[in-house]
Design a protein around this ligand. Structure first.
Ligand code: SF4
Length: 333
């Protein structure tokens, strides 16, 4: 349901929507008619990782529901300050696979570019919430050293645009980088990891479709955790991506209090599939500092997955996986 609080976002360009994010928990509570005292808010948690949420995403939250699954993903709460053994700043040890600023080379045939250090939304469980984007800014040399590295390592045949959220960068920058990559003969595929089509659907402009279509094989990996994130504007953005012939996958994170019931999982994967998005991964939470309250116990996750196996068509069932630092790929549970 789209609440009546503030609908001005519908006419905004994506750039204006980005400038007009909700960044204050009290404003968020006011929009949702919630009493901030009920919510265990922590200003300190917001200092460590700023509250950031687009108004179009807020419009999909349920008024008066302090446990709303979309709200829980973005709200800075006291639980983030708990020190929990095993929950660390760099849970995937990405600093070990970061040969150049802007480049993460973890897996043999694919390399990831942190194209933008910023996102339209701050997901409290994000495994890169402590990532050093400053040190990973390619700087004045631009992407040339990274392009050279890719050329010198021809086993890399797939590039992943990530971040942050790569669609936070302007289309002209993304187009130029994509054209440069397209000139490297060993590269066969482009993959783009993004939440923008969900959180600011008007980001899917003609110019965006234009550079996304430069590679003949482009895979857009969306990040949808709950069916409630999908409204008609999101469906339109997905339809535009689909009409351009792009391959659409979804990866979700299994999050306590957000999507850890059978109904949540059924609704999510069925809604994705019905829009033309193939369910791909259901990730166990990466143990990043500040996110332990989202953690779902492994046995609980396996029981839930067994129920999903019995109630979803096989082609809608994502792989339940965990990422282990140093492993050759994600590990199915
Ligand atoms: S990188 Fe992705 S998961 Fe992390 S905060 Fe940004 S949008 Fe959310």
């Amino acid at each position: 349901m789209i609440p009546q609080t503030d609908l001005s976002w519908q006419e905004e360009s994506w750039q204006s929507a980005l400038k007009n994010l909700v960044t204050d928990a009290n404003e968020l509570c006011a929009l949702l008619q919630l009493d901030p005292q009920q919510l265990d808010l922590s200003p300190e948690a917001a200092t460590q990782f700023q509250l950031k949420v687009p108004r179009s995403f807020v419009a999909r939250m349920e008024i008066g529901n302090a446990s709303d699954p979309l709200l829980r993903q973005v709200l800075n709460v006291k639980d983030e300050l708990l020190q929990v053994p095993g929950f660390v700043s760099d849970p995937l040890e990405e600093h070990e696979s970061n040969p150049l600023p802007g480049l993460i080379h973890k897996y043999k045939n694919r390399a990831l570019l942190t194209v933008s250090g910023a996102c339209a939304i701050h997901c409290r469980y994000c495994f890169r919430r402590h990532f050093d984007y400053e040190a990973n800014n390619p700087g004045s040399d631009g992407w040339l050293p990274v392009l050279r590295y890719i050329q010198e390592n021809p086993e890399i045949n797939e590039i992943i645009f990530s971040g942050g959220d790569p669609l936070n960068a302007p289309d002209r920058v993304l187009k130029k980088l994509t054209e440069q990559l397209k000139n490297i003969p060993s590269l066969k595929r482009l993959r783009v990891h993004t939440r923008f089509p969900l959180v600011i659907p008007q980001r899917i402009t003609d110019d965006c479709i234009d550079w996304l279509s430069l590679f003949s094989n482009t895979v857009v990996v969306l990040h949808i955790n709950h069916a409630q994130e999908i409204d008609k504007h999101v469906a339109e953005a997905i339809s535009r991506l689909k009409s351009a012939g792009l391959i659409l996958l979804n990866q979700a994170v299994l999050l306590k209090g957000v999507n850890d019931s059978l109904k949540d999982q059924q609704d999510l994967h069925q809604s994705c599939f019905d829009l033309g998005i193939q369910p791909y991964y259901l990730h166990m939470l990466d143990p990043v500092k500040g996110s332990a309250h989202f953690d779902v116990d492994k046995d609980v996750a396996l029981n839930l997955y067994e129920e999903m196996r019995g109630s979803l068509s096989g082609y809608m069932l994502p792989k339940l996986v965990r990422e282990t630092p140093g492993d050759i790929a994600k590990t199915p549970l």
